[in-house]
Design a protein around this ligand. Structure first.
Ligand code: PMT
Length: 398
């Protein structure tokens, strides 16, 4: 499987009010286990102090072409050696012009010329500056030069105007950078993922549910996006922010999840059922809050539909992946579940390892046997799962 070694990113921050968002971007990149070296222009330092970026990245900020303190005094060369990409965020109109014309009169512009790694640029400026013909010419030139342009987004601007020119939000930029690095194993495929728990109402305020934070399912959705897939995420109630590139549908009960899956499944190539679907729902839930009294209260429960079994029973089912959370006998119970549900691939985890945690351990079961994946953050496991999915999916087609 692919070795997901820690990536190194040079983050260039140029002079614009969106520089304050670059601080959050730095925090998120570091949180995503990316090694970040921040390089600021003189103009950027008018907006945010370098100490903020130093604290967030854990490294001194570079900004002076003539600062001979470090190494051989050639930071414009050294900064990008060993880096996996340069990201300029925010990129001002002035900096885009410099890049497009190959100017190299400060450290950031010089290292952009001296780099041997790919470059991504997230423009941020007033809408009129963005629309200005020279800016548009510069962007076209940069694309021709192989630079990846991220955004800009449209919306309210710091100047009080509304339009195109906002920097893409930091969370989305992190996803874009991660996607850029990952092999496009599922390019052009449509992937449907369910995540989180379902909630089955007892009355207006009470219900029964399963324990699930949604983290594993959201990580799978994100890994599929990184692999180039068009992803729909059907989520039970969670507190998580879905990946920006996913079409996300929120549901509450198993019945709602089934209906959403039925609506989305036509044309779908791969279905990954990570959701912890409640096995039962409450017959005749009360619309009003049931008053408490001293008597024993009995609930009548009826079995919920099995969503993944429904999909498997379609005339032309997509490639289906199940999950199993067990509290004991993981190998035996998981493989039995895979065979009973007739699934080509099932990812099994122990409830005590999996539910709610940032990390997990997975064992993948398929016709070739069991493939244990060691403890890792859920996004790392999700990427390994997607690699296996892509391999089996291609094998099934070929
Ligand atoms: O959300 P997290 O906190 O990150 O935790 C992740 C997780 C533990 C919930 C996840 O990794 C996981 O294991 N999900 C499956 C939970 C489970 O035990 O499912 P199950 O054994 O009830 O069902 C087996 C498979 O059938 C699953 O793919 C499930 O989505 C599916 N199923 C189950 C019941 C049902 N009515 N319809 C279904 O489609």
């Amino acid at each position: 499987m692919t070795d997901y070694a820690k990536k190194r990113l040079v983050l260039g921050v140029t002079g614009g009010v969106a520089a304050y968002k670059a601080a959050e971007l730095t925090r998120l990149l570091v949180k995503n286990d990316i090694d970040v070296q921040v390089v600021m222009t003189e103009a950027a330092r008018h907006f945010v102090a370098p100490a903020t970026f130093q604290a967030l990245s854990g490294r001194p900020v570079l900004s002076d072409l003539w600062d001979g303190q470090g190494g051989n005094g050639m930071a414009h060369i050294e900064a990008t050696r060993g880096a996996d990409a340069v990201l300029i965020a925010p990129a001002s109109a002035d900096f885009l012009a410099k890049l497009a014309h190959g100017a190299a009169d400060d450290l950031l512009s010089a290292l952009c010329l001296a780099r041997a790694c790919p470059m991504l640029v997230a423009p941020a400026m007033n809408r009129e500056m963005w629309d200005y013909p020279a800016t548009q010419r510069n962007v076209t030139q940069l694309k021709r030069d192989g630079v990846t342009i991220l955004g800009p987004a449209s919306g309210p601007q710091a100047c009080g105007e509304t339009g195109m020119g906002r920097m893409v939000e930091p969370e989305t930029l992190v996803e874009d950078v991660e996607s850029f690095w990952h092999p496009k194993l599922l390019q052009g495929q449509r992937v449907l993922v369910t995540a989180g728990p379902t909630f089955e109402a007892i009355d207006a305020v009470r219900g029964i549910t399963n324990l699930s934070s949604g983290r594993m399912g959201y990580a799978v959705a994100r890994a599929a996006i990184e692999a180039g897939a068009e992803v729909t995420l059907i989520s039970g109630p969670t507190c998580l922010t879905p990946p920006a590139a996913a079409k996300t549908l929120s549901v509450t009960s198993a019945q709602e999840m089934l209906e959403a899956v039925n609506n989305e499944i036509p044309g779908c190539d791969i279905f990954i059922s990570v959701a912890a679907v409640a096995d039962y729902y409450v017959l005749n839930p009360s619309e009003q809050k049931i008053k408490k009294d001293a008597h024993i209260f009995t609930l009548e429960l009826a079995p919920n539909p099995d969503i993944v079994a429904n999909v498997m029973n379609l005339p032309n089912p997509p490639f289906c992946v199940g999950f199993a959370a067990e509290s004991e006998n993981l190998y035996e119970f998981a493989e039995t579940k895979r065979r009973r549900k007739n699934l080509p691939l099932l990812a099994a985890n122990l409830v005590q390892d999996a539910i709610g945690h940032e990390d997990n351990e997975l064992i993948l079961f398929d016709d070739d046997g069991a493939h244990p994946l060691p403890r890792a953050p859920k996004i790392v496991l999700a990427r390994q799962l997607i690699e296996r999915v892509a391999k089996l999916y291609q094998k099934g087609k070929g």
